[in-house]
Ligand binder design. Structure first.
Ligand SMILES: Cc1cc2nc3c(=O)[nH]c(=O)nc-3n(C[C@H](O)[C@H](O)[C@H](O)COP(=O)(O)OP(=O)(O)OC[C@H]3O[C@@H](n4cnc5c(N)ncnc54)[C@H](O)[C@@H]3O)c2cc1C
Ligand SMILES: NC(=O)c1ccc[n+]([C@@H]2O[C@H](COP(=O)([O-])OP(=O)(O)OC[C@H]3O[C@@H](n4cnc5c(N)ncnc54)[C@H](O)[C@@H]3O)[C@@H](O)[C@H]2O)c1
Length: 470
């Protein structure tokens, strides 16, 4: 066994680990970056980038398909599944290639390949070849798609996000389990690319939304476009030859709906089941039981989000491994904090975290900013809203679907959060996040310039509806 010595060991060369390495080096530490699988990051290889590439193709098909509303007739749309997947893979490989190149530019003496496991708080074994003695460590091991026991008998007919982006062609049909962020993004894209889909959810959850009014809009909009049941009663899943057979209660026949009281049982066959039912942090290989860390019920170390330190140990954590907010910009921010503090250890510093922001790249997009509805102190807030239905700019562009809800504090007039589904949500969410960071009041936001006719006038209407109540 080789012996290696460093100030900061970083486990995982993903988006969080790469930032942690950079921050540790900037703070003068001798850092060692350990990767068990391959360079390239989840975001570039099987996450953010290929998913948005698939959505871009789906959007192109949708623009062509819906152009008739403007009097533009494109004839029958033909989706060339092989060409769609080829572009997704090629562009994905370009993004991933850039990350791999950048990672390989890190001096080879600062990199180790192999899975890491702890012997104690300051000793890590990598593969079977190296024992690393370190002053501090950053766990940045990311997450993987959860596989529910429900899918066990389906074998290779179950696909997760990683599989989708290596498809050579589009499948004929997909049963999507989980109308969360991944399920909605990939499911809608596949539907728009001509794949027959049905989406099964539980507990009436849809995307990351918690505001019942916005959820209602989301459910109606997506339910009008493809088969969706956010409270599905799946009776069984089985494999028949090369198909998945889903046996479930028909939505319209359930006693909680207005239809007949005896629900009809349906059986449908799909070529693939897409499992999009959440992510599991990669912590089990780490042998955390050999450390002094306090773990939660799921085996994830408890940590302070201001410092990313686990208890008062020399171990820090960042990115999806925390099981907290699995988003790229959070992974990057946490990597920087964890890397810097691991280098400074034991003199760690607390950092202020940015306003929460998340965007779902469906059409229309969903976004969440600041405090979500379910965490609001209801007596102390007012809610303003805009239904995009009759917004002039949205009607003009045929994008007039969705609801924007803004939450403000009664006492201070400050905006504190928003949930939305609607056009250009990625931009409106950023404007709101920046306003929240500046602690702006509704009056201050209304006192800014608004052009005409633009989507921001819709935002102004929602702000005006807030102002009226204050
Ligand atoms: C389909 C999909 C779409 C997404 N789209 C978006 C989006 O649009 N916007 C957004 O903000 N976020 C998006 N995300 C989330 C985003 O990709 C993740 O939050 C982010 O990539 C997490 O980075 P990370 O560094 O924590 O993990 P990773 O990039 O996964 O890095 C972890 C690394 O640790 C390695 N590792 C694990 N265990 C060990 C071990 N014991 N020893 C050594 N190495 C180990 C792994 O091999 C891996 O390389 C998406 C995710 C998915 C799955
Ligand atoms: N645009 C983005 O920023 C983006 C895109 C993709 C992924 N991500 C990140 O990746 C994370 C993971 O995505 P995800 O969609 O897998 O998780 P998620 O937590 O967003 O959604 C999981 C969904 O699966 C449902 N579910 C759970 N068990 C089920 C069952 N037995 N049957 C049917 N449905 C079931 C849940 O109710 C939920 O709706 C996201 O939370 C997000 O942070 C971000």
């Amino acid at each position: 066994m080789n012996e290696a010595y460093c100030d900061v060991a970083i486990i995982g060369a993903g988006s969080a680990g790469l930032r942690a390495y950079k921050a540790a080096r900037q703070h003068g530490a001798r850092a060692l970056l350990i990767e068990g699988a391959r360079y390239g990051t989840t975001c570039a290889s099987v996450g953010c980038m290929p998913s948005k590439l698939l959505i871009a193709a789906a959007d192109a098909a949708d623009v062509a398909r819906t152009a008739g509303v403007f009097g533009i007739h494109t004839g029958n749309i033909q989706v060339d599944g092989t060409a769609v997947m080829q572009r997704v893979r090629e562009e994905r490989d370009r993004f991933t290639g850039n990350v791999v190149r950048m990672t390989r530019q890190i001096p080879s003496e600062d990199r180790l390949e192999g899975y890491a496991r702890f012997e104690n708080d300051t000793t890590i074994v990598v593969g079977d070849h190296t024992r690393v003695h370190t002053r501090s460590t950053v766990i940045a091991t990311g997450s993987r798609a959860a596989r529910l026991p429900l899918f066990d008998d389906l074998g290779d007919l179950v696909a997760v996000n990683d599989d989708v982006f290596s498809w050579q062609d589009l499948p004929d049909s997909v049963a999507v389990f989980g109308p969360g962020i991944i399920g909605l993004e990939l499911g809608q894209a596949l539907h728009r690319l001509g794949v027959r889909i049905r989406m099964f959810g539980i507990q009436n959850l849809i995307g990351p939304l918690t505001d019942p009014e916005v959820k209602k809009h989301a459910e109606r909009i997506f339910g009008d476009e493809f088969l969706l049941d956010t409270d599905a009663r799946v009776e069984s899943l089985r494999r028949e030859g090369s198909t998945v057979v889903v046996r479930f209660q028909e939505k319209s026949g359930r006693s909680d709906d207005s239809g007949p009281s005896e629900p009809r049982l349906l059986e449908e066959q799909y070529s693939v089941l897409l499992a999009a039912t959440g992510r599991t942090p990669n912590t089990e290989r780490l042998q955390l039981e050999n450390t002094s860390l306090e773990l939660d019920d799921h085996g994830i170390p408890l940590y302070d989000p201001a410092t990313m330190q686990c208890g008062d140990s020399p171990i820090f954590i960042a990115g999806d491994a925390t099981a907290d907010v699995p988003l790229l910009h959070e992974a990057a921010a946490e990597g920087l904090i964890a890397g810097a503090n691991a280098a400074r250890y034991p003199a760690v510093q607390a950092n202020t975290r940015h306003v929460p922001l998340s965007i779902v790249f469906t059409d229309p997009q969903i976004a969440m900013v600041g405090q979500p509805y379910h965490e609001l102190p209801q007596e102390e807030i007012v809610i303003g809203e805009l239904d995009w239905q009759s917004d002039p700019r949205a009607r003009m562009m045929n994008t007039n679907q969705g609801l924007l809800r803004l939450y403000a504090e009664k006492s201070s007039g400050r905006l504190i959060g928003s949930e939305m589904i609607g056009p250009r949500a990625e931009h409106i969410a950023h404007q709101l996040a920046w306003a929240l960071e500046q602690e702006m009041t509704v009056a201050q936001l209304l006192d800014l310039p608004y052009y005409h006719p633009v989507y921001e006038e819709g935002l102004r209407s929602a702000l005006q509806s807030l102002a009226k109540q204050m």
